[in-house]
Design a protein around this ligand. Structure first.
Ligand code: GDP
Length: 321
């Protein structure tokens, strides 16, 4: 039995619905009967602009908010543009969280990332390891912004008693991802590169780093289900992890992608590219105890994401607005 069932007819704002996470959340919420969903593209509402955000909340008065809007990117994007990742994310969060509090939003879910945890946190990473050690330098600016968001949610709870919560998903993938060859995360990056190599019959494909770091991958549709589950079953200040509970080395991930896209050549490792954190497997004991579990296997999720990618290619240029 849910702690509190969300009112499906209450106005619900999905911030960031053009992104991987927000898009999946929007589809899922619509599917399960939310019938007053509000969205804005970044061209319609720049969440970094406090006046625009204030006006939007004053006019729309949402009751529930899922804060999935963020500037995100893979290891190269994060290490090349740390100022943008820090500044844009801090501003988006400040504006949305402050406006939500001012306009009486009753339920809010803030989405962070597993990179908020210390680089050498004990594995699997428990929620209480937050702020117990140094961060991974390739994404410390992004992580600090997200940590500020977690603290902001906690402060709003403490000062005003709001039922706002934070969830920390592991590395995500799925339809709607960014497949930019340089700026993307590892999975879309590899899907694109291996697919191109398979098509031209290349003899070798480059994978960044040593191939030894381990990562955990959650399909974004599983995360979308977790979002509703948490809004209905979780009401604590501590962030809660959302993951699958299993990880694999990047080398094995690359082999799986090669198999799925039908690439039969060699793998080459470019060790001039950063490895990032050696491992970040989330402890998912807490969310499991609330009755949620990931359902989509990596192989199934990857095959479906690859089909989606091929459809997008067939339909036209990939770059998103
Ligand atoms: P991270 O989890 O924050 O490190 O983000 P990424 O998804 O960008 O990278 C995960 C791991 O995959 C890192 O060890 C990268 O070096 C490695 N990797 C291998 N090939 C690629 C690639 O083509 N793109 C990206 N982004 N990472 C890659």
């Amino acid at each position: 039995m849910a702690l509190s069932t969300l009112d499906r007819s209450a106005r619900t704002y999905i911030a960031g619905h053009r992104g991987l996470v927000g898009g999946a959340v929007l589809r899922h919420f619509a599917r399960i009967g939310f019938d007053d969903l509000v969205t804005r593209t970044s061209a319609e509402l720049d969440l970094r602009d406090p006046v625009a955000v204030e006006t939007f909340f004053a006019e729309q008065q949402p009751a529930t908010v899922v804060l999935a809007a963020a500037k995100v990117g893979g290891i190269m994007a994060n290490s090349t543009y740390p100022a943008d990742f820090l500044s844009d994310n801090l501003r988006i969060q400040l504006n949305v969280l402050d406006a939500a509090a001012r306009h009486g939003v009753t339920k809010l879910l803030f989405l962070g990332s597993s990179c908020i945890y210390p680089k050498y946190a004990e594995q699997p990473i428990r929620e209480d390891s937050l702020l117990t050690g140094l961060l991974e330098p390739t994404n410390d600016a992004y992580a600090i912004a997200k940590i500020a968001g977690v603290l902001h949610v906690q402060a709003l709870r403490r000062q005003y008693g709001f039922h706002y919560i934070s969830a920390m998903p592991t590395n995500l993938y799925g339809p709607g991802d960014n497949f930019d060859p340089v700026g993307s995360h590892v999975l879309p990056g590899l899907i694109r590169r291996f697919d191109e190599a398979a098509r031209v019959g290349a003899e070798s494909v480059t994978v960044w780093g040593t191939g030894t770091p381990r990562r955990e991958f959650l399909h974004v549709d599983d995360l979308a289900r977790a979002c509703v589950h948490l809004l209905e079953n979780y009401d604590e200040p501590e962030p809660i992890n959302v993951g699958v509970g299993e990880d694999l080395p990047i080398r094995e991930l690359a082999q799986l992608v090669a198999e799925i896209v039908g690439y039969r050549g060699e793998l080459a490792f470019d060790t001039s590219k950063p490895d990032g954190t050696p491992r970040k497997l989330l402890d998912v004991g807490k969310i499991h105890s609330l009755g949620w579990k990931a359902q989509i296997s990596l192989r199934d999720g990857l095959s479906e994401t690859y089909r989606w990618y091929r459809q997008q290619l067939a339909a036209g240029p990939l770059e998103r607005g």
